[in-house]
Design a binder for this molecule. Structure first.
Ligand SMILES: [Zn+2]
Ligand SMILES: [Zn+2]
Length: 337
């Protein structure tokens, strides 16, 4: 339960940071361009007045919906989004924020389980007798944190690229297409990310290419929460860009996209924790599902759904022989003695 709170907390924190940063950018824009008072001041003034909770939420969500869109469309901001120093600054900020959230989440799990409850690992650990060596654990932590920094920076860089050369069909105002479209967007992005990740993951496990790329991630046979992003750079580019391409095909509200991406990133971290947890949503498998993938290798390729593994016959079966050298098509039924 404390993880649900931690997840909600980190999601909320990220949302609040985005909201405050974008509002501050708008204030900055106003001060420099001597334009009209913008979002932050009226928001604070109204929030501190006699607004009802519903009105306040409506105000906050409308600001969140439109802040980036509105202030990025002013002439001053149009010039800023072409400024390499401005872009580099925000890429560094976003990278650092992502790194901090990733590190704190993983470190929290480490302290609560691997430090405080190490003696009773049988009660919480998916593989109770197995732990990473100190050397592998350190490497996993450094690689995971570095990739977290890169993903925050690269995502922001991609956003600025899109501002200058629109490649995606993001929209920012829910009223433009209505709530049904917003929710359908969440659903479609979610299915897209999971389906894409399943096939990309399964391809990486192909006998001809496994040892060149994905084997790197599978050195962590009993991974920890730092392992979610501890993957090979080539694979990292493929997975991290999984979600974005659907928005080049159909219009997606920017918050639908961010909600799904943040949920999948959060789930990925919990999934690698090595700690047994139930799925966050009724259809999401327990952490044992991906932990088994690390223990037995070429099976259970899905991320938050077991659907694809079930449909395409790659779920773990207890009577089969599995191992790092036993690829798909070689997983014979165990011989009975
Ligand atoms: Zn794998
Ligand atoms: Zn993994």
């Amino acid at each position: 339960m404390s993880f649900v709170v931690a997840a909600a907390g980190s999601g909320g924190l990220m949302f609040a940071i985005m909201l405050v940063l974008s509002s501050l950018m708008q204030e900055w824009d106003t001060v420099l361009s001597k334009g009209q008072p913008s979002t932050l001041v009226p928001l604070l003034r109204e929030a501190s007045g006699n607004l009802s909770t519903t009105e306040w939420y409506a105000n906050v969500s409308s600001v969140a919906d439109s802040a980036l869109h509105h202030h990025l469309s002013t002439p001053y901001m149009r010039s800023l989004v072409r400024d390499p120093y401005f872009i580099a600054f925000w890429m560094m900020c976003a990278g650092t924020t992502t790194l901090i959230i990733y590190y704190l989440g993983a470190q929290y799990i480490h302290n609560e389980y691997y430090v405080k409850r190490r003696a009773d690992a049988a009660e919480w650990k998916c593989q109770p007798t197995k732990f990473l060596s100190d050397e592998l654990a350190l490497e996993e932590k450094l690689t995971g944190c570095w990739n977290a920094f890169v993903s925050g920076s690269a995502g922001t860089g991609l956003f600025f690229l899109h501002q200058n050369y629109p490649i995606f069909k993001f929209y920012y105002d829910v009223d433009e297409r209505g709530w049904l479209h917003y929710l359908a967007g969440c659903f479609l992005v979610y299915l897209w990310v999971d389906f894409y990740s399943y096939w990309m993951h399964r391809l990486l496990h192909h006998k001809a290419i496994y040892k060149y790329v994905h084997k790197w991630h599978h050195r962590y046979k009993c991974p920890t929460a730092f392992g979610a992003f501890a993957i090979h750079p080539i694979e990292y580019i493929g997975f991290q860009t999984a979600g974005i391409w659907c928005s080049a095909i159909f219009p997606v509200h920017v918050m639908s996209f961010l909600t799904v991406v943040m949920f999948v990133a959060y789930h990925n971290q919990i999934d690698h924790s090595g700690v047994y947890f139930e799925g966050e949503l009724p259809w999401v498998p327990t952490t044992k599902f991906h932990d088994d993938h690390h223990q037995y290798f070429h099976l259970n390729f899905g991320v938050t759904l077991v659907l694809w593994d079930w449909l395409f016959g790659t779920l773990r079966q207890s009577d089969r022989v599995y191992g790092e050298e036993v690829f798909e098509g070689e997983q014979d039924v165990k011989k009975t003695q």
